[in-house]
Design a protein around this ligand. Structure first.
Ligand SMILES: O=C(O)c1cc(=O)[nH]c(=O)n1[C@@H]1O[C@H](COP(=O)(O)O)[C@@H](O)[C@H]1O
Length: 224
């Protein structure tokens, strides 16, 4: 049975990306490819990674006017990713049009508040209130717009899921208790994220920077 871990393959190096994915393939449920990888290798790179045989989460965090996002989603559609991200703050029409343009089998999930931000970062962008309130507000917008789910931190996932029981919840920013957090600010453990209701967790550096990525993935899977 595939597990709930999507490994974030954040590198511009295709050989390294394939090597990590091949090492961890038996202990993760999917591969997340983001801006760093896509900027370097585009659609041919995604196709190459898909040959490893795991579902692909294409994390491009699209955020633009509705027409531009819909056309970008259409252009990405031949890849048929399992999951595709857009930014919830792009607004209702953008979310609706992104979902309408996506292939039937692709879950469109809306990023609410990046896990690298805290309440003071939010205030600096002109949004007052807590991370919790911002996530719950954008989750309601995403649900109304008809996308499949949201991305949020493990600190908010239980509240978001209580308000949207049928939503699909992606939780990045997960760290083992003693691991370095790096640029992440709202972190929880993998277990706490799943207990809070995460449909999947996204794990990057705790696996990819480990001396033995497969052992790291196996250890995290063992805590779930
Ligand atoms: O959409 C995402 O996946 C995402 C949203 C978010 O709020 N925070 C976040 O860290 N991510 C992604 O999740 C991954 C986290 O990587 P690590 O911090 O190395 O585990 C990165 O690929 C980020 O792009």
């Amino acid at each position: 049975m595939s597990n709930r871990i999507y490994v974030a393959i954040d590198t511009p190096d295709l050989a390294r990306a394939k090597a990590i994915a091949t090492k961890v393939r038996n202990h993760v449920g999917g591969l997340k490819l983001g801006l760093e990888f896509f900027a370097a290798h585009g659609q041919p790179g995604v196709r190459e990674m898909a040959t490893i045989g795991l579902p692909i989460f294409l994390d491009l965090k699209l955020h633009d006017i509705p027409n531009t996002v819909a056309k970008a989603v259409q252009a990405l559609s031949p890849l048929e990713p399992a999951i595709l991200t857009v930014h919830a703050s792009g607004g209702r029409a953008m979310l609706e049009d992104a979902k309408a343009a996506a292939p039937l089998g692709t879950k469109v999930v809306a990023v609410t508040m990046l896990t690298s931000l805290d309440a003071s970062d939010l205030a600096a962008t002109g949004v007052s209130g807590s991370a919790h309130d911002q996530v719950v507000r954008l989750a309601a917008l995403a649900a109304e717009a008809g996308v499949d789910g949201i991305v949020c931190s493990g600190a908010e996932v239980a509240a978001a899921k209580a308000a949207w029981p049928k939503g699909y919840f992606v939780v990045p920013g997960v760290r083992l208790a003693d691991g370095p957090v790096g640029d992440q600010k709202r972190v929880v453990t993998p277990r706490a994220a799943v207990d809070g209701g995460a449909s999947i967790i996204v794990v990057g550096r705790p696996i990819t920077q480990a001396e033995d990525p497969d052992a790291a993935a196996r250890a995290i899977a063992g805590t779930l």
